[in-house]
Write a protein that binds this ligand. Structure first.
Ligand SMILES: [Zn+2]
Length: 195
């Protein structure tokens, strides 16, 4: 293995990048000015130091609070519960939703040893106990684990004086939110139903 093989090997470990794409990227980097490599290395190397979870919602931010939580224009009565920080980005890109978010950090997946305790559920309960939240939208992915997690959350929120809704169907079953097209996602927000 030479240095080029090492780069191809590292790149091919990234999600969605196969050996062929990895090779294409590595050759692109080698062919171009070294500043392209240097910039990429610099950006990646500071990622863990610069970005951390928002104190309130768990989404990624460089500050104490993320741009949504710190925005006074957001509707503080609605919280959209998602699996991962990237789901926040997906929903924000649609520009349909104006409430707040809560990132679980995963889904209940017994086979992978992930139970409710590993998700940010106590943080969600605490936010609801503050009393301002009227509606909780469950926007976990339409997968078995996503549905199981949504049902679990619905159960623990019973009797807490909040309306619980689930995104309308039309989202690709078994898929991830990030693969839904914008129109479908916007429509599923407008057509959400109580759960
Ligand atoms: Zn936040």
């Amino acid at each position: 293995m030479n240095a080029l093989d090492d780069v191809i090997d590292s790149l091919s470990r990234l999600p969605g990048i196969g050996k062929k794409s990895a090779s294409r990227i590595a050759h692109f980097l080698l062919k171009n000015d070294r500043s392209v490599c240097e910039r990429l290395c610099r950006d990646i190397s500071v990622l863990h130091d610069s970005i951390h979870p928002c104190r309130v919602c768990g989404s990624y931010t460089e500050d104490d609070l993320c741009s949504v939580c710190s925005d006074p224009g957001r509707d503080r009565q609605i919280v959209c519960v998602v699996e991962q920080p990237q789901d926040v980005q997906t929903i924000e890109a649609v520009r349909e939703y104006t409430g707040l978010f809560h990132v679980l950090g995963g889904v209940i997946a017994p086979l992978e040893g992930i139970g409710p305790d590993q998700l940010r559920l106590s943080e969600l309960i605490s936010r609801i106990q503050e009393g301002e939240i009227h509606e909780v939208i469950l926007a976990t992915n339409p997968t078995v684990e996503g549905d199981t997690t949504a049902l679990y959350i619905q159960r623990i929120l019973k009797g807490r004086n909040v309306t619980v809704t689930r995104l309308a169907s039309g989202l690709p079953v078994g898929g991830d939110l990030e693969y839904a097209d914008r129109l479908t996602l916007a429509r599923s927000f407008r057509g959400r139903s109580s759960f």
